[in-house]
Structures are given as C-alpha cells and as structure tokens.
Design a protein around this ligand. Structure first.
Ligand SMILES: NC(=O)c1ccc[n+]([C@@H]2O[C@H](COP(=O)([O-])OP(=O)(O)OC[C@H]3O[C@@H](n4cnc5c(N)ncnc54)[C@H](OP(=O)(O)O)[C@@H]3O)[C@@H](O)[C@H]2O)c1
Length: 227
C-alpha cells in the first residue's frame, strides 16, 4: 500500500483516517466538499486535496488514479443519492486491484442474518421516514450504495460501525459477521478506532468481500468474549 485516496476526508472519521494513513507512510489524496477544505488545513502540506462533491464520477476518477486503496465514508446526507453516487463512482473508477473500504452503520445487512432489537428497527424506520420528509438525509440510499458494493466483484470491505464515541484509541476493534452476536452487545466504538479498523483493512486480505460489524475491543461484551 503506497498511495490511498480518502473520500470524505474532512469529516471526523475522515480526518482520523488521514492521520493514520500518513503515520503509515502512505501518500494521501483526500476528497471533500469545496467548503470543507479548510477542515484539512492541518494536513495541507502533506496531502493532495481534490475538492468537490464525492458523488461526481469525474472528480473521483481523478482522485483515485494510481491509488492502491480507497477509503470511502458513506453518508446519506441530502436527497441526491449521495451515498450510492459516491459508491458507484468509486466502484467504476478505482484501479482494478485496489482495496476498497467503505464505512456505514450496523443497519446495513448483507445476508439478512443480522438480528436487531425492536427498538433499533423502530428507530431506523422512523429516522428514515423523518429524514426524507425534511429532505435531510436518505438512509435508504446508503442501503442502495451497499447493495451495489455487495454485487460488485471488486476487492471491497464494508465496515459496519456501532454507536460511536470520542476518546483516546483503545486498539483495533473486534468484529463479527452478524449484528446480534454476543460479542457486539456493548454497541460502542471509539471513532478513532473505527478509523483504525478501516485503515488496517487496506492490508488485511481476510476482510475482502466481508461486512464486519465492529465494536470497541475494551467494551464489556468484547472482553467477555475474549475471556
Ligand atoms: N455517527 C454515528 O453514530 C455512526 C454510527 C455508526 C456508523 N457511522 C458511520 O460512520 C461514518 C462517519 O459518520 P460520522 O457520523 O462519524 O460523521 P463524520 O465522520 O463527521 O462524517 C460526515 C461526513 O458527511 C459529510 N457531510 C455532512 N453533511 C453533508 C451534506 N449535507 N452533504 C454532503 N456531505 C455531507 C461530511 O463532509 P464535510 O466535512 O464536507 O461536512 C463528512 O465527510 C459514516 O459512514 C456513518 O454511516 C456513524
């Protein structure tokens, strides 16, 4: 892994990934909305910034050229198919052998074997409808983005984050294939460690075409599983 592109580099998760990629000695290209470029000021002399909407195929074509890996923050903001447009642009234009790592939440299911509490399902249903009603976000478009990723024969990994908190790193999160597995019960990960998992996945071929649901390695459920 020599050169990586981070799509959505200016957000909280994105900036953690930029820092960790630079720490590993990778050359970094960051894509973010034009107005968010100042959020990357601390890295200005160390990364290449490609400003613009992340669902613009031409912009993504330029940004991912020559990259061995692409880390993509999938977000459902707005009602413009932002997630699926971003995912499609990356799938279409990344180098053929590039590792493609995407972020999302536990609500994404690949095989339908995830087990959600009724509270989680009710919250998701209400949030999806409400967010669309006020034209704030399309949560179902993140689902569509992942459907397209799952259908692709690319070297992808979709990392599914639990609830997040800020704080010092606790180490690489643990993961499971299915939400509902006891190891995930604590449902909490430090955002910095979510980023760590994404960056580590670039060089972990055991995660190719996997959808790991992650949780902090020092949470009670992770510790209970370890013992
Ligand atoms: N938040 C959670 O509790 C949670 C839980 C599980 C999984 N996740 C996943 O973690 C990832 C990061 O989420 P996060 O909540 O931690 O946020 P984040 O890292 O701060 O990232 C938010 C991203 O959304 C972009 N964005 C914000 N408003 C936008 C708009 N109106 N139009 C287009 N882009 C917009 C931001 O770009 P700018 O810098 O340009 O604003 C930024 O790249 C996502 O994939 C999410 O699904 C989050």
């Amino acid at each position: 892994m020599k050169k990586v592109c981070i799509v959505g580099a200016s957000g909280k998760l994105g900036r953690y990934m930029v820092r960790q990629a630079l720490d590993r000695g990778y050359q970094v290209v960051g894509v973010c909305r034009e107005r968010s470029v100042p959020k990357l000021a601390e890295f200005a002399d160390r990364i290449t910034v490609v400003p613009g909407p992340t669902n613009d195929p031409e912009l993504i074509r330029e940004a991912v050229a020559g990259c061995d890996g692409v880390l993509t923050v999938l977000v459902p903001w707005g009602v413009q198919q932002y997630s699926s447009g971003t995912a499609q642009a990356v799938l279409d234009h990344a180098e053929p052998e590039a590792r493609l790592i995407f972020s999302c939440g536990w609500h994404i299911t690949r095989d339908g074997e995830d087990k959600y509490s009724w509270k989680f399902r009710a919250f998701l249903r209400v949030a999806t409808r409400l967010a669309r009603l006020v034209r704030a976000a399309e949560i179902d478009d993140q689902v569509e983005a992942c459907r397209r990723i799952f259908a692709s024969d690319r070297r992808w990994t979709v990392v599914r984050g639990s609830d997040l908190e800020e704080g010092e790193s606790q180490g690489l999160p643990v993961w499971s294939r299915h939400v509902g597995d006891p190891i995930l019960e604590s449902n909490l990960t430090r955002r910095v460690d979510f980023a760590l998992f994404m960056v580590e996945a670039l060089t972990d071929d055991t995660l190719v075409q996997e959808t790991p649901a992650i949780v902090g390695c020092r949470t009670p459920s992770a510790l209970a599983a370890a013992s």
